[in-house]
Design a protein around this ligand. Sequence first.
Ligand code: SF4
Ligand code: SF4
Length: 353
Amino acid sequence: MHSRTRRNSYFSLVLSGPRLFTPGYLSYYHLRPGLDFQFDTMRQSMDKYEGRTEEDIFISELLGEAREILQKVGSPTPPRILLEGIIKELQALGPEDAREEDRSEEEIWSQIRGRIVRAAYATRPYCIRCGTCCASGSPTLVDKDIELFFKGVLTPERVETLRKGDMAYSNITEDAAPLEDEAVKIKEKPNTKTCVFLDEKERACLIYEFRPVQCRRQECWNPDNSQGIEDLPKLTRRPLLEPTGVLWEIIQRHEERCSHDELRRVIARLAGTKGQTVDQVLDMLRFDEHVREFAAEHFKLTPDSFDFLFGRPIRQTIHIYGLAVKDQPDGTFLLTTTDEEMRSAKTRDHQSL
Ligand code: SF4
Ligand code: SF4
């Protein structure tokens, strides 16, 4: 699983809901300026569509969308009131002439829904501590957050390092790409995107008074407030760990031997050498595991802090390259491919430790 360096904006989560009912292109055409929307006179038919005009159905579906968005946003405003307030703007977003429209249905829909979402948030312009944003990704720390370590709010066990070259999602490009620089973020609960500091029962942040900068800037009703956060200098391990002396030297040695950039190069070479260079990958895997064992033994560090000190283990991230590490009963491990087609070819190259 790739990591996200920044949290999803809740705004975009709401935006990504199901599409408005569209019986072909015509539905959006109902939004063309000049059409008279009569929300009050909607027929309340038990049968969803029977005996209703296309306009009726369209308005009904539009109300349904608004209702769903308002629920997600946590606003008590009735959907009809919301839509009546913005119907002219929605109509202005609709296609003027279906034959000449050059936007795709997706684009039209995204603009319409975006306008409804903004209007819904405007009816609830404050944090209701619902915890939704905390369950959609943990924050990446910026340099100012270093104080939280000095205060003891954050500890090495509660954070992890995404090393340079590690794969991470960008919320700007909405794609996974190797990180250009190192980042430190709060851990997420296993197999979820939920921040470890979210008390899920109470939907409350356990460190609310001391939450990091990114959390303070997060205002789901006001996406502009988090604009530019990606430009703030990110916290890295150096200011926290350089004073440790020998441990910092070991971390740097680990970075030299097991950098993601080098791992990517070594793995890329595998195909060209028909697996003959697999030892180079295994050496990196061995060193990555060895350095953690060494730190535990010599510095009495708990394994919970290793993802901060050395980043996520290579054996966990190697699947990005279509490879997998398999433990053997005798304590050794095999390097194999995750791709079925390559699996038989690679079996010859399995190495054990
Ligand atoms: S900012 Fe507040 S209201 Fe908005 S999603 Fe996060 S916790 Fe919920
Ligand atoms: S630190 Fe607190 S506010 Fe920030 S994501 Fe985690 S639980 Fe939410």
